[in-house]
Design a protein around this ligand. Structure first.
Ligand SMILES: [Zn+2]
Ligand SMILES: [Zn+2]
Length: 253
């Protein structure tokens, strides 16, 4: 299985428009972060988790020519606003499968009503196939994917486990019963916003405590704010099996 980090930044991305914060001005490519998303590939399957405002650029940058579906964690704009840009895939492949909680579909239907309408669609508008995700395993391609239920302040979010890989973002609270689903992982990806506490995201300390609890072989941090600091400085102070993810990073599991 191959994982590509398409974006590793928090909602505004890094650099932030108009910011003169030193991290936003950094010349290190590892300090430039598009909105958070990963590509998960195995056999001949390609799935993308979330579809934020940088989706088009991410698909071009990672040279993706086919997707088998988009799997959503939750409905926030930084995870969904690129949905219209599934058009090139739709033109080539036909209706694109989407996987999301029923509540997330409601939000998408409001924002992208022209995609979800069935009556008199404007030519060129993409079509999708809706697969509702509940908190139980579901099939994508030839794999069973296990949702991991969590809270993002008070909003329900799904993380996902594919075999020995799990991807959790925008988490603040994860129940013990959900943590049990994360045993024996090779790779855990989890959000770590910054050092200071935040109402709806793990900060660095909480993310590291979560990793300690889950005990994956390796962990990668994502959904990163410029406040966390320069990539190279932050990486130096992390435990041996914990890495700060960066855009374009590829790992094989
Ligand atoms: Zn987010
Ligand atoms: Zn969010």
């Amino acid at each position: 299985m191959k994982i590509t980090f398409l974006g590793t930044g928090t909602s505004q991305g890094i650099p932030i428009i108009g910011s003169d914060h030193p991290v936003c001005l950094s010349n290190n490519s590892k300090d430039k972060r598009l909105r958070v998303s990963v590509l998960v590939e195995w056999d001949n399957y390609t799935y993308v988790i979330d579809c934020g405002p940088d989706f088009r650029q991410q698909m071009l940058r990672a040279k993706v020519s086919k997707i088998d579906g988009v799997i959503f964690t939750h409905e926030h704009a930084d995870h969904t606003m690129g949905l219209d840009d599934i058009r090139p895939f739709f033109f080539r492949q036909g209706d694109i499968p989407l996987y999301a909680h029923a509540r997330v579909f409601k939000a998408l239907e409001k924002r992208f009503d022209y995609i979800f309408t069935t009556a008199e669609k404007y030519p060129g508008v993409p079509s999708v196939i809706q697969h509702e995700v509940k908190n139980e395993a579901f099939k994508v391609g030839n794999l069973d994917v296990m949702p991991i239920d969590g809270l993002h302040h008070k909003l329900q979010v799904f993380g996902y486990r594919f075999k020995d890989f799990a991807y959790l973002t925008d988490m603040k609270t994860v129940a013990e019963t959900e943590i049990e689903k994360l045993q024996n992982l090779d790779v855990l990806v989890v959000n770590a916003l910054r050092e200071k506490s935040h109402i709806s995201h793990f900060n660095l300390e909480e993310a590291l405590a979560f990793i300690e609890k889950v005990k994956p072989k390796r962990a990668y941090l994502t959904h990163i704010s410029h406040y966390l600091g320069f990539h190279d400085n932050v990486q130096q102070n992390l435990p041996d099996n914990v890495f700060l993810a960066y855009d374009n990073l590829q790992i094989t599991i």
